[in-house]
Design a protein around this ligand. Structure first.
Ligand SMILES: Nc1ncnc2c1ncn2[C@@H]1O[C@H](COP(=O)(O)OP(=O)(O)OP(=O)(O)O)[C@@H](O)[C@H]1O
Length: 330
């Protein structure tokens, strides 16, 4: 066997001219097979295919090379998961997840979204990726790019639109695994929009995928709060840290008279956080612009209007927590 040496071997030089410093070694065995170790860390599947094709072209034509074999290696990336959970449906968890992810991306975090809500996957609509199916590469799903710079994979992309997802536990858990362990490339933070409640997907999430932290979203109503406590319990029992609680749809600013009112009550989530000894991260107002923007597939956090500000503050608090400080109140 011949092991090529950097600088001295024309074969190594040819490989480097095709794939640069990503070429780690080139070994040619007695049968003329060139075995090339290629570092593909952070390359998306298309860039990786490209690098492999260039290598085959550059090395394959060399005298003495009958076959090119490429062994792709990648550094294992510690991808952290941020679970966004609620006890009850309809409290705005998906809207918040989309806005949080967009705000994190705008602040420079390499973030992707996993829509794990099997009962009502809404991220494809919120992130303007409706009707797009992900393809697989090397048996791993390739996330869909979105106009907001946040790639996405959703349970909704794995089934026909408008078909109720009636999966049993193991199927849902398997699907979650496909979404989380997809070809995320350089993404280092996954915002996971969890289904409401405490079912199989949630259990698999906390036991198998071990989120770095969880955000609990609730509206101020008592019923939503009671369910939120159950969701908190699930994370706490599993030893997943809760970053804090967020009160959504709190305080309504009337567009006609300008007066603020509290249609769903006030202060309940903050009190629940205090009772549980958990941080309260703040209130996100009930704002028609948030709803309209969500419907249009352009989360408000993609813009710079006053309606975006609470989401940018939330993203800053979450980043601070992820970087190992307690999240400050927004
Ligand atoms: N702060 C807000 N102001 C105004 N409307 C909001 C706000 N947050 C969410 N909404 C709206 O409330 C509705 C429910 O929100 P969303 O779908 O995000 O809730 P969810 O908790 O994810 O529900 P589900 O679990 O059923 O998917 C949507 O129409 C959304 O646009």
């Amino acid at each position: 066997m011949r092991v090529t040496m950097p600088d001295t071997d024309p074969l190594f030089a040819a490989a480097q001219s095709a794939a640069g410093d990503r070429v780690q070694s080139v070994r040619v065995d007695n049968a003329g097979r060139a075995n090339i170790v290629l570092d593909v860390t952070d390359l998306d599947p298309i860039a990786r295919d490209d690098a492999e094709r260039r290598l085959r072209e550059a090395v394959g034509g060399h005298p003495g090379v009958a076959e090119v074999r490429i062994l792709a290696t990648a550094e294992r990336r510690d991808r952290r998961i941020l679970a966004v959970a609620s006890g009850k449906g309809g409290v705005g968890k998906s809207t918040l997840s989309a806005n949080l992810a967009v705000a994190l991306a705008r602040a420079g975090t390499r973030v992707g979204v996993v829509d794990a809500d099997i009962y009502g996957p809404s991220q494809p609509r919120l992130m303007q990726a409706e009707g797009v199916r992900p393809h697989a590469h090397d048996k791993r799903l390739v996330p869909i790019p979105t106009p907001h710079g946040v790639p996405l994979l959703s349970m909704g992309q794995l089934v026909e639109p408008d078909r109720a997802i009636a999966w049993r536990g193991p199927m849902a858990a398997g699907a979650l695994g496909q979404l989380v362990d997809a070809a995320w490339g350089p993404i280092d933070t996954l915002v996971v929009d969890m289904p409401p409640g405490t079912g199989d997907v949630q259990l698999t999430m906390v036991q198998k995928h071990r989120p770095a932290g969880a955000l609990i979203v609730s509206t101020p109503q008592d019923l939503a709060l009671i369910d939120a406590r159950r969701a908190m319990d699930l994370f706490e029992k599993a030893g997943v840290p809760i970053i804090g609680l967020v009160e959504n749809m709190a305080g309504y600013l009337c567009p006609h008279c300008g007066r603020e009112s509290d249609p769903f009550g006030h202060g309940g989530v903050e009190a629940a956080a205090a009772a549980a000894g958990l941080p309260f991260l703040g209130r996100l107002p009930l704002d028609r612009r948030v709803l309209d923007a969500a419907e249009a597939g352009r989360p408000v956090a993609a813009g710079d209007g006053p309606e975006a500000a609470p989401y940018h503050r939330l993203a800053a608090a979450v980043s601070q927590w992820l970087n190992r400080g307690p999240a400050s109140r927004v």
